[in-house]
Design a protein around this ligand. Structure first.
Ligand code: HEC
Length: 303
């Protein structure tokens, strides 16, 4: 049991290292697309912030809440709806006919829900979704909650989400601003670390309250977010930083296990301690940003 668990932890660390050769986001770029999708994102804008919204934002980026092929590919809500906007460049052979389009009933992400027709539709922006009363066009519903549940369970073969996880996703989606904004911002390391700190604090709050499945799931999502930072520390000269990040991934994995076994308060304290270390490490990590794939020039050089 313990050996099996250590093996999983080791594979996660190694999986992170292998990822450095290619950023996950490249899997849904159209052929020949430049580095912009990896360098910029729609400008982030939320109407309000709370620990619940922060957790929703974290799960919105977590392929782990989906199942099957989406989880294997590292695909999450945010791939198609980055910052709640529409990804006009999203393209996967077999489910897209043009960039920005996707067939929600396809054999790749859920063979059981495939309708047999190749019928991609435009990926919509979710901004302003709070003010709508009808969702989707392919299988329209009047309940946002039912729609999101359907996306997770039917479109992407995820396991049944807990009511809390759905609450958090809906809180995030509803906090998106009503108006479309076409401005973009650079995806940088400072922002990525600040996200980890904010999501980490929200996860710690949840851990302290309830050591159960939701807390474990939030920790798994946090580890995935850390893995995405790790993937950009690809340069051979960043060995020490990579090792530090990998160690963090292993620690978050162990905390997730503690959370599952009901030791939420201990895990919350340990998570807070890691967040303090991450905050202390921030300047040293930022000092090497120009050698990471957060640097637009470096990013443009790799393929
Ligand atoms: C692979 C791309 C993709 C992923 C991943 C994805 N969506 Fe979507 N989403 C779409 C498409 C395409 C539609 C339009 C479907 C339709 O017209 O029936 C849509 C529609 C929606 C809508 C309805 C919007 C409206 O105005 O009617 C919501 C809400 C939504 N998605 C939320 C989510 C959430 C939450 C997740 C993650 C759990 C997610 N989506 C993951 C592509 C995606």
């Amino acid at each position: 049991m313990v050996m099996g668990f250590l093996f999983v932890v080791l594979m996660l660390a190694l999986g992170g290292a292998a990822q450095a050769q290619g950023l996950t986001e490249r899997r849904w770029q159209p052929p020949g697309d430049g580095p912009a999708l990896l360098a910029e994102r729609p400008k982030r804008a939320l109407e309000s912030r709370s620990p619940l919204i922060d957790l929703g934002e974290l799960w919105f980026r977590d392929p782990g809440i989906l199942g099957g092929e989406a989880r294997r590919m590292g695909l999450a809500c945010n791939a198609c709806h980055p910052e709640g906007a529409a990804n006009r460049r999203f393209f996967i052979e077999g489910v897209s006919d043009h960039p920005g389009r996707f067939d929600p009933t396809n054999a790749i992400f859920n063979p059981l829900a495939d309708d047999g027709a190749f019928a991609p539709v435009d990926i919509p922006s979710l901004r302003g979704v709070a003010g709508k009363s009808r969702f989707g066009t392919v299988a329209p519903t009047t309940s946002l909650r039912d729609f999101v549940r359907h996306v997770i369970v039917v479109e992407f073969m995820g396991t049944e989400p807990t009511p809390f996880l759905l609450d958090a996703l809906l809180a995030y989606v509803r906090a998106l601003p009503p108006a479309e904004d076409k401005t973009t911002e650079r995806i940088g390391l400072a922002g990525a670390i600040d996200d980890l700190l904010r999501w980490g604090r929200a996860a710690a709050t949840l851990l302290a309250q309830d050591g159960g499945a939701d807390a474990a799931s939030a920790l798994a999502a946090l580890r995935t977010a850390l893995g995405q930072v790790h993937a950009r520390f690809a340069d051979p000269s960043l060995e020490a930083e990579r090792a530090w990040i990998e160690q963090g991934g292993v620690r978050l994995g162990l905390l997730g296990r503690q959370a599952e076994t009901g030791k939420g308060e201990d895990a919350a304290a340990a998570l807070q301690a890691w967040l303090v270390e991450l905050a202390a490490r921030r300047p040293a990590l930022l000092a090497v940003e120009s050698r990471t794939l957060f640097d637009p020039v470096r990013l443009a050089e790799t393929r």
